[in-house]
Design a protein around this ligand. Structure first.
Ligand code: GLA
Length: 379
């Protein structure tokens, strides 16, 4: 072994200088998203279970360097926290909050009331029949008290309600609506405010640039504000595509929501570059299309022209966000890198997508540098 090193010393040193050193230097010199937008808005990232527990270490290092806000991908949702009556599992959520505190980050709670990832028992009695309105209200209050109360003064903002409005603007006919009725929205915000009066409280949803859905959310928020319900912001999930929605549609939505007197956040941002069949969110079609190369064209890499198109799309979006920095308080990415992104498996399973600013090896992409450039130029 020793002989090997002494015989090859020159080769080894050359390799170190030519390959390893530049990597270390360039990593250290990488500008940060949070610095590029300091004073404009927070830049957030969602953390998965492994990252919350420190793995992989490179992810965690990058998260600390680049972001000043965090969202939990799953650990604060109803099912993982309270899977069975009386059973609470706070370990992962406690770690998540601790990570945010140690790194002086804005900590989001996601989410309190949603129609997904909530166990059936919440809505049922011991015979499996729907519970009464009063029982469900009591369970909702207990859940909110437990979570918001536990992290009082530490979780800075909560997605109180996630995805309660349909595409046509009507209220989603889920179990919350069926059992409690439309005032469940107001009740959720009131309970959350009572549990921590200092936490910011948000309504969060996707497709909020769709005009009919936008009208529905505006009607809802206007009604809540008129009734004196404490709502501080609207989270526009940014699960968007290369060419849709248009910058105009996004701008019109930001302006309309801001007129309600609430903050606007771009939450859950990722820009998919993959083509989709019509109605892709229908599960049989999702599986049927998974092997069709037409819907998975970039398995071995993204062509330069697409890299440019994605970088330009990101640049246009961040220019728009900067223009509205007076009402936008946070822009959060849904995932750290392209490997982690849920877009590889939705709406079609098993594809290779490129929606985020870091590639599968955590290296910054063209889009990353464009976003940095837009932020730095604005100073
Ligand atoms: C929605 C939810 C998120 C997450 C994504 C998919 O947008 O708000 O919590 O589940 O779907 O990853």
């Amino acid at each position: 072994m020793r002989r090997f090193f002494s015989n090859n010393r020159v080769v080894i040193v050359t390799l170190l200088v030519v390959i390893v050193l530049p990597c270390i230097v360039s990593m250290d010199q990488m500008p940060s998203l949070k610095d590029a937008y300091k004073g404009d808005f927070l830049i957030g990232v969602s953390m998965d279970y492994g990252q919350i527990f420190g793995k992989p270490a490179e992810d965690v290092k990058l998260i600390k360097e680049q972001f000043d806000a965090i969202s939990p991908e799953n650990v604060l949702k109803w099912a993982p926290v309270n899977p069975k009556p009386g059973v609470y599992r706070f370990g992962p959520a406690d770690r998540y909050v601790q990570f945010g505190l140690e790194n002086h980050m804005f900590i989001l709670g996601h989410n309190l009331v949603w129609h997904k990832q909530v166990p059936d028992w919440v809505f049922e009695n011991s015979e499996g029949k729907p519970v009464s309105r009063d029982t469900l209200l009591m369970r909702m209050k207990r859940h909110i008290d437990k979570l918001v109360g536990r992290y009082k003064g530490r979780i800075n903002g909560w997605d109180v309600l996630n995805e309660g409005v349909n595409e046509d603007g009507s209220l989603r006919d889920d179990k919350w609506m069926q059992i409690i009725g439309p005032d469940y929205f107001a009740k959720a915000f009131e309970y959350a405010h009572a549990a921590d009066p200092t936490a910011q409280l948000y309504y969060n949803d996707f497709n909020l640039t769709n005009p009919s859905k936008r009208e529905g959310v505006i009607r809802l928020v206007k009604k809540l504000k008129k009734e004196g319900v404490p709502i501080d912001g609207i989270g526009m999930q940014g699960h968007w595509h290369l060419y849709s929605p248009t910058i105009k549609q996004i701008e019109a939505s930001i302006e309309d929501y801001a007129k309600l007197g609430v903050k606007v956040m771009i939450t859950e941002m990722d820009i998919s570059v993959l083509p989709n069949p019509p109605h892709p969110d229908n599960p049989p079609s999702s599986i049927r299309h998974s092997k069709n190369p037409k819907y998975n064209p970039y398995v071995t890499g993204l062509p330069d022209s697409m890299k440019q198109a994605l970088a330009n799309r990101y640049a246009a979006l961040f220019k728009l966000f900067l223009k509205h920095r007076d009402v936008i308080s946070r822009v959060t990415f849904w995932g750290l890198n392209n490997k982690q992104s849920w877009k590889n498996n939705w709406p079609i399973v098993g594809r290779t997508d490129y929606p985020l600013l870091f590639n599968r090896k955590n290296q910054p992409t063209e889009a990353f540098y464009k976003v940095i450039e837009v932020g730095q130029k604005s100073r």
